[in-house]
Design a protein around this ligand. Sequence first.
Ligand SMILES: *Cc1c(COP(=O)(O)O)cnc(C)c1O
Length: 425
Amino acid sequence: MIRDNSRLAFARAKKLMPGGVNSPARAFGGVGGEPIFIARAEAASLFDLDGNRYLDYVLSWGPMILGHAHPKVLAALDAAMRKGTSFGAPTEAESELADLLIAAVPSIEKVRLVNSGTEAAMSAIRLARGCTGRPMIVKFAGNYHGHVDSLLVAAGSSAATLGVPNSPGVTEAVARETLLLEYNDVPSLEAAFDRHGPQIAGVIVEPVVGNMGCVVGKPEFLRALRDLTTRHRALLIFDEVMTGFRVALGGAQARFGVTPDLTTLGKIIGGGLPVGAYGGKAEIMDHVLPAGKVFQAGTLSGNPLATAAGIATLKILRDENPYPRLEQLSARLVAGLHAAAESAAVPHRIGACGSMLTFFFANEDVRDWPTASRSDTAAYAKYFWSLIDRNIYMPCSQFEALFLSTAHTEADIDATISAAREAFV
Ligand SMILES: *Cc1c(COP(=O)(O)O)cnc(C)c1O
């Protein structure tokens, strides 16, 4: 497969942007080699600068659940654009998007729109601290909540100790206010609350993790999160930036019946434009300025284009309920990949929830970051490039989930399984 134009484009980009990209996951660091530059996309297909076509399982890392360039989303954008692209003043479209979010997501009574998932997480954490008057946040290894300083922490010396920075530029003072625990580990959560309970403002968690590969939160873990935060009067924050409108219309909280105090959203709710949101109980959200005193603002928040794409996307999801079909496609892919790997004797585990899943090259059950991190990343890299050569674009890291869209077909799934069968030998 010829990718000369991508190579040239990357050489140019490297001189202009750090690592040649505007977000590190795009640089293919997890699989080696150089990124593929995209010219355009349509439905379930990506087209690169050299005219190669790929079946897309990345979907902009989640947002494009209706596939690329969906005609109704484009029409909504076109109509909105002609009325002006930003006013910095209230619009009815913002209330329409807020209404759709509140109707779908059980925990959300009031919501604030922002511009990214990172911004949503940052704001939710400030709100948790602001309305409890407490400093500490609990997070889990392998969960990602955007590049918020206080959430870029690594483990200290033991499980229930305070975090240390895992990026230069994050200060120790900030990291010390974050407790890092292992995912799906109820005893260490109990120990953390025993030791630090009165200091804990909130717990932020991906109820289904996408960001160490797909790892599903165990029901008893989600229940313990709810019980312990309630008992210690800390806030439970579900980061549903990835799972919202993905694992169910109402996100993981609707799917599993556990209702957090605050929820962060992003990705799908912007229909491919930059949007985030955080919401929750009205009494909590009313601490946000100007109703309350917790500061949070944004020049382009509730932007007409992003709002239009979000509304169009969420209405289609609400009215057409594509979730049962997405689950069937996902189950077909899981079964096919499993059978192909079995017959090639490739050790593996598949983590899946709704239309997000990860094929782990793993010898043991994957339930947290230690088990995920022992996956064979070299085997994943080989699999990734074998699939690229067969025109299938998978996430460029073992530790990312793949996604399905309503534009994927059973024939696409079957072609992917055949390609994987060849890649495994
Ligand atoms: C993508 C993601 C974020 C960050 O969102 P951005 O829009 O990239 O800032 C936060 N949390 C989760 C769970 C995500 O998947």
